[in-house]
Design a protein around this ligand. Structure first.
Ligand SMILES: [Zn+2]
Length: 422
């Protein structure tokens, strides 16, 4: 058993689940079984906590179409079921989900109105008018008014107060100009957002992709840094800021990677319609943010070099890595399989496997305030993956999924797959 807290795994473990929660964890022979308990033999398997994804864009993907028209509770649930299929117990949609519909969805999910799925969390976005999401995501968020558009500090504070009034815990800001297509959010505005959010106990997630912007938002006190600096090496000034502020950091590297569908990877392909897989594989010209299976882009090797330089240094400096994927923008990089891709990339870039698992389990639980999730311990929800191989030996073994349990119940993965293949 990998507990998820970074400690040593428990060999020959045993654990007890009652009413959806873990009530005892230990070695075989130490855990006392109540009379009448059902026993599940997991000999030879590895158990790890279900993962938690702090950054996706849920609801717009329809697999044969993409857009606001697809944003229904049923489609949100479908995406959460895809995350659950791949072993993700909680999934946070960031800056792209409409507020009131999402609050209603959370209430309904909590009330047990939906079939088992990853637990839904969300936050609204804030950006200058017509700013924020990239050109694809923008088509969805504008139609559904998922982003609060603000251009002055007072307006920004009022928007945060509205969110706090709805009991929202987080907000996303974009500090970017989408390749010069709109004026970037000013420091005066984001400083006001951060200050007002913190007054209300809310966390601020900041999209920033350049070294200068990452420094600026970390210095201003954001809680979660989103994206990597992919085009240049980080410097001592950012390292010092990370050491001082210790923000959470979600890399969402995978969206820029060549999709595994190109190599006919059945782990990624299994939940997608065959037509989508075939279409992605047949696409050989480069398309921004969309998967293609042509030759690598001219800057791919430089990007790789920068990631390999920056990722270990960001973490060593104090950035608190958490799992996020940006899934939902395009079918080639989609819900659930993307989570496994992301954590394997961290390890490929130099992170130790046990730390990758912490960053996918207990640390995102800590960030999201999910106190009974993210680790396998007494009192926690029984959310776990049963694996046929040990991911501490090879991180890609997280893909060797034998079963996924959420709140103590085994997910019917075969039934989900059969539904998606229709
Ligand atoms: Zn995103």
């Amino acid at each position: 058993m990998i507990v998820g807290d970074g400690g040593a795994p428990i060999e020959k473990s045993a654990f007890l689940v009652e009413n959806g929660r873990i009530t005892a964890v230990g070695r075989q022979g130490e855990v006392k079984t109540p009379a009448g308990a059902a026993r599940v033999d997991l000999a030879g398997k590895t158990v790890m906590p279900a993962m938690i994804n702090v950054h996706v864009h849920i609801g717009y993907e329809g697999y044969t179409s993409w857009g606001a028209g697809n944003y229904t509770p049923q489609n949100v649930l479908d995406h959460l079921q895809r995350e659950a299929f791949y072993g993700v117990a909680a999934t946070q949609s960031v800056g792209s989900s409409p507020t009131d519909e999402s609050i209603q969805f959370q209430r309904d999910q909590e009330a047990g109105k939906f079939s088992p799925a990853s637990r839904f969390l969300f936050m609204p976005g804030m950006a200058p008018p017509n700013g924020g999401p990239d050109a694809v995501l923008l088509k969805g968020t504008q139609a559904l008014h998922a982003v609060y558009e603000v251009s002055a500090p007072a307006e920004a504070r009022a928007a945060v107060q509205t969110m706090a009034g709805k009991n929202l815990k987080s907000v996303k800001i974009w500090v970017d100009d989408r390749r010069g297509t709109y004026p970037k959010m000013t420091p005066e505005v984001y400083t006001a957002i951060i200050d007002e959010a913190h007054k209300h106990g809310m966390k601020v997630h900041a999209h920033a992709t350049t070294l200068a912007d990452q420094k600026a938002v970390v210095r201003a006190g954001i809680d979660v840094l989103v994206h990597t600096v992919a085009g240049e090496k980080i410097d001592d000034e950012l390292v010092a800021l990370l050491t001082e502020k210790k923000p959470y950091w979600t890399t969402v590297i995978g969206l820029g990677d060549r999709t595994e569908l190109c190599d006919d990877d059945s782990f990624a392909a299994q939940t997608l319609p065959a037509a989508i897989v075939a279409a992605v594989r047949a696409t050989t010209e480069a398309r921004p943010l969309a998967p293609s299976c042509g030759p690598p882009s001219p800057n791919a090797s430089r990007r790789e070099e920068m990631l390999a330089y920056n990722l270990p240094r960001m973490i060593a400096a104090g950035a608190r890595l958490v799992l996020g994927t940006d899934a939902g923008i395009h079918p080639g990089y989609t819900f659930g399989s993307a989570d496994h891709h992301e954590i394997a990339r961290w390890v490929q870039l130099g992170l130790a496997a046990p730390l990758a698992i912490v960053a996918a389990t207990s640390r995102p639980a800590e960030l999201l305030g999910l106190e009974d999730m993210g680790a396998l311990a007494a009192g926690h929800r029984a959310n776990f993956l049963v694996l046929n191989a040990n991911p501490l030996e090879n991180i890609r073994n997280t893909r060797q999924i034998s079963a996924v349990y959420l709140d103590g119940a085994k997910i019917d993965r075969d039934a989900l797959l059969a539904g998606w293949k229709k």
